[in-house]
Ligand binder design. Structure first.
Ligand SMILES: [Zn+2]
Length: 423
């Protein structure tokens, strides 16, 4: 079992099962509905944890919520705590719709303040951190290995968080003094304030997984400064921290990296409502986790067509797979978790049991449960669609009721509808 790691700049062998495997995947800063790009680390991390568990590993998967941060103060002046709570619920609701359910802990930064304060005190004692007025900064110059994750030479590291009072432009904040317009704060040995972003993840990861664990995941945009700084902090107190750094490629919106500042955003909620969870999961399956993935209507249409193709297999008689078919599937996933290759292997299969087991790895076993609706139910759905187009919603609701009475549910998707057996 091997996985490519940003730190090793190549493939790293995992220990033999059962491990244990501690896995920490950075989650979102919560201040608005999460965009579809935020779903990728969650989905990839959940799939990989599921695969490791199937292969006999004991896995603990941690996915954090950053619920105190500059972005939250900016987005909700005066009510940042309420906004963070609300947006945390939105996020959990959105990712919950993928139906993967592999995460063991969703820690919140605001619930780890004592651990964060202890971590910072430890860094100050070891001379790796210093106070400037009521802020505390990490002393990058003292960390000889700084830059080893992002591949920067220490003397060429970019400036972080400009502040003329710091010893060194590269130093980053561990604790930030409270400002008048910031409504969330805690008391600390350095006065009233709140933690910096990077120390939150070091503290939460070590609280739940210990000072050394196997895999740290997150989007490729987190390598610098976020993960470089997490590693610097934890190594400074003598901890190995994560052994393998699994950075997923970015989701690009029609070719450009998707971000809120560019404005070309589709939220996770919109995407799940418009396309459904199966199509969204199939979309993520089509790209290797470390490559970028382009989000567009065309890509989503093609993911939906794949889903239809896989569903079709279950409408035809099962045909036994060739010997070694499952081994081939295991091989491509064990080797750097290549989901596009796994998908290609699955498309060759007509063996219902085998295909259902493989789909289940990715939360897609529901594709196997599609029965074709009887002709009369199909007819009701067609009449309902016509009523909807004519904006006759009373008739459309009446027909929905008849369809449900026959044991089927009609789901509206873009310009079409789909009939699924009632759960
Ligand atoms: Zn993080």
């Amino acid at each position: 079992m091997r996985l490519s790691s940003t730190l090793a700049r190549g493939l790293v062998e995992l220990p033999e099962p059962p491990g244990p495997i501690g896995m920490y995947v950075c989650g979102p800063t919560v201040y608005a509905r999460a965009h579809i790009g935020n779903a990728r680390p969650y989905v990839v991390g959940s799939w990989y944890a599921r695969w490791l568990r199937l292969r006999g590993y004991e896995v603990t998967l941690v996915h954090n919520i950053t619920d105190v941060n500059d972005k939250i103060y900016e987005a909700a002046p005066g009510v940042s705590a309420e906004r963070a709570r609300e947006a945390t619920e939105w996020y959990l609701e959105d990712v919950g719709r993928f139906g993967l359910d592999e995460v063991d802990h969703f820690p919140k930064a605001t619930e780890a303040i004592p651990e964060i304060v202890r971590f910072i005190s430890d860094l100050i004692e070891r001379d790796f951190a210093y106070e400037v007025e009521d802020d505390v900064y990490f002393r990058v110059a003292k960390q000889a290995e700084y830059g080893r994750l992002s591949g920067q030479k220490p003397d060429q590291v970019e400036e972080q968080e400009p502040n003329a009072r710091k010893e060194d432009p590269r130093d980053f904040a561990l604790w930030k003094a409270n400002k008048p317009d910031e409504d969330t704060w805690w008391e600390s040995p350095w006065g009233r304030g709140r933690p910096g972003w990077h120390i939150e993840c070091s503290a939460m990861a070590e609280k739940l997984l210990g000072p050394a664990f196997e895999i740290h995941g997150g989007g490729l945009d987190l390598v610098f400064p976020h993960h470089e700084n997490e590693l610097a902090q934890s190594s400074a107190v003598g901890h190995e921290f994560a052994r393998i750094w699994m950075h997923n490629g970015m989701l690009r919106f029609t070719g450009e990296k998707m971000s809120k500042s560019v404005g070309n955003v589709e939220t996770m909620k919109d995407v799940l409502e418009k396309w459904g969870r199966e199509t969204a999961l199939l979309f993520f399956l089509t790209a290797h986790w470390h490559s970028p993935i382009d989000f567009s209507n065309e890509r989503m249409e093609s993911a939906r067509a794949r889903g239809d193709g896989l569903r079709e297999v279950f409408r035809n008689p099962s045909q036994p797979a060739l010997d070694g078919a499952w081994e081939r599937f295991e091989q491509v996933l064990d080797d750097d978790f290549s989901t596009p290759e796994a998908l290609a292997v699955m498309h060759e299969w007509r063996d219902h049991d085998l295909l259902r087991s493989a789909l289940d790895v990715f939360g897609l076993a529901s594709l196997a449960d599609q029965r074709r609706a009887p002709v009369d139910v199909d007819e009701l759905a067609r009449r309902r669609q016509a009523a909807r187009s004519a904006r006759d919603f009373a008739e459309s609701d009446r027909l929905r009721g008849e369809i449900e009475a026959a044991g089927w549910e009609v789901r509206d998707e873009a310009d079409a509808y789909r009939l699924v057996p009632k759960a």
